[in-house]
Design a binder for this molecule. Structure first.
Ligand SMILES: NC(=O)c1ccc[n+]([C@@H]2O[C@H](COP(=O)([O-])OP(=O)(O)OC[C@H]3O[C@@H](n4cnc5c(N)ncnc54)[C@H](OP(=O)(O)O)[C@@H]3O)[C@@H](O)[C@H]2O)c1
Ligand SMILES: [Zn+2]
Length: 331
C-alpha cells in the first residue's frame, strides 16, 4: 500500500523556498520550526532530494527529546527513516549520513518511490523538499496533504515553489507567530475527507480499552459541517457521537456524508445507542470508513449491516486503513 504523503515547506511572500546565496535561508520562525519537528515525529519516513542535501546539509532528525522518547516508547526508532532521492552517491561527510536514524537513497518516479517505501512498511511519509522534488511529487499527483507556511519575507530570487497536477483543497489555516500555515488536501472528496478523519484520531485522549477514531461530516455542497475524535467532549464518547451531538438537528445532515476512520459501531455497552443507530436517526444517507471493526468487537448485526438496513450507503476504503490504524495507535 502506498504511504500517505505530506508535503511540507516554507515559502516567502514572493514564493521562494530559499534565496540565491549558498547559505540556507531559514524562512519561518522558531514556533513553526517546532511545529515541523512535531510533524516529523508523526511519520515513518522523511524524504528530500539530493539538491537539498548538497545545499543545506540537513540532519532531518526529530529534535525535541520528549518527542524522541515518545517514539521510542511506542517501539519506533527515535527519528524517522531518512530517504534521499538521488541518482548518485551522497556527499562524503553529509550530516544526513550519520546520527540516530537510518538513511537510504532511492531513484525513480514518485509512484515507484512510494511503492518501494510502502513495501518497507512506511505508512506516513513527509516530503520536505526541495524545489524539484516538490514539483515532481505535486505534478505526479503523489501528494495527499500539503502544509505550506507563508513566511513574511521578500526574497527576490532563488528556487521557487512550483507544482502542477491536481487541484488543492483548503483544509484549514493557522497563524503561527508571524507565519501562516495553509493546509491543503488533494484527491477526490472521499479520499480527502477520510484521510483527514484518520489523522484527527491522533487527538484522542488516551484509553487502554477504547478505540481512537476521527470523524468528519460533510454537506453535499462540500461544506465541512463538523469534525471530532473519540473522547473529545466526554470520556465515553465515540467520535461520531460527539460530532453528531454538536450538529443537533441540522437539516443538511439529510444530504451529508459521514467519514469515520473506523466502521461505526453496531453495539454499545456504555451507551443506549450504537453509532450506527445515531447516524441512521440523524438521516445521514452515506457513510465512508477506512477500517472494519475488528471481529471481536462486532456484535451481530454489525454497524454496516444496521446502517444498510436503514437505507444508508456504506463505503469501505481500504487504502486508508493503515493510516487509520497508525493514527489510532499514537496514544
Ligand atoms: N523552504 C523550504 O521549506 C525548503 C525545504 C527544502 C529545501 N529547500 C530549498 O530547496 C533548494 C533545493 O532544491 P533543488 O530543486 O535544488 O533540489 P532537490 O529538489 O532537493 O533535489 C533535486 C535532486 O534530487 C534528485 N532527484 C530528484 N528527483 C529524483 C528522482 N525521481 N530520482 C532520483 N533522483 C531524483 C536529483 O539528484 P541527483 O542529481 O543527485 O541525482 C536532483 O538533482 C535548496 O535551496 C533548499 O534550501 C527549501
Ligand atoms: Zn461508536
Amino acid at each position: 500500500m502506498r504511504p500517505h504523503v505530506l508535503a511540507s515547506c516554507a515559502v516567502s511572500l514572493d514564493g521562494f523556498l530559499d534565496d540565491a546565496t549558498p547559505q540556507r535561508r531559514i524562512l519561518s520562525g522558531p514556533a513553526d520550526l517546532d511545529r515541523v519537528d512535531e510533524e516529523r515525529a508523526k511519520v515513518d519516513a522523511i524524504l528530500v532530494g539530493a539538491g537539498t542535501v548538497r545545499a543545506d546539509d540537513p540532519r532531518l532528525l526529530v529534535r525535541a527529546p520528549e518527542r524522541r522518547a515518545a517514539r521510542t516508547a511506542r517501539g519506533l526508532p527515535e527519528s524517522p527513516l531518512r530517504v534521499v532521492l538521488t541518482t548518485r552517491a551522497l556527499p562524503d561527510g553529509a550530516r544526513i549520513r550519520s546520527g540516530p536514524a537510518e538513511t537510504i537513497t532511492l531513484a525513480g518516479t514518485p509512484g515507484e518511490v512510494l511503492d518501494e517505501l510502502g513495501c518497507r512498511g512506511v505508512v506516513r511519509l513527509m516530503v520536505e523538499g526541495g524545489a524539484s522534488v516538490l514539483r515532481e511529487f505535486l505534478s505526479a499527483g503523489a501528494v495527499d496533504e500539503l502544509q505550506l507556511v507563508l513566511a513574511p519575507q521578500l526574497v527576490g530570487e532563488g528556487p521557487r515553489f512550483t507544482g502542477g497536477g491536481r487541484a488543492p483543497h483548503l483544509v484549514g489555516t493557522r497563524t503561527i507567530g508571524e507565519d501562516v500555515l495553509l493546509r491543503y488536501r488533494f484527491g477526490d472528496a472521499d479520499d480527502r475527507h477520510l484521510a483527514e478523519a484518520c489523522v484527527l484520531a491522533e487527538n484522542c485522549p488516551p484509553s487502554a480499552t477504547a478505540f481512537s477514531v476521527g470523524c468528519v461530516v460533510v454537506a453535499d455542497d462540500g461544506t465541512v459541517l463538523g469534525s471530532g475524535w473519540s473522547r473529545r467532549d466526554h470520556p465515553l464518547d465515540h467520535a461520531e457521537e460527539g460530532v453528531l451531538r454538536a450538529l443537533g438537528n441540522d437539516p443538511r445532515l439529510r444530504r451529508a456524508t459521514l467519514y469515520s476512520s473506523l466502521e461505526p459501531c453496531g453495539a454499545r455497552a456504555s451507551r443506549p445507542d450504537p453509532c450506527a443507530a445515531l447516524i441512521a436517526r440523524a438521516g445521514i444517507p452515506r457513510v465512508v470508513h477506512a477500517w472494519r471493526e475488528p471481529p471481536e468487537f462486532v456484535a451481530a448485526p454489525s454497524g454496516t449491516e444496521q446502517l444498510e438496513a436503514a437505507g444508508t450507503e456504506v463505503r469501505h476504503v481500504p487504502r486508508w486503513e493503515p493510516l487509520a490504524r497508525m493514527c489510532a495507535a499514537r496514544r
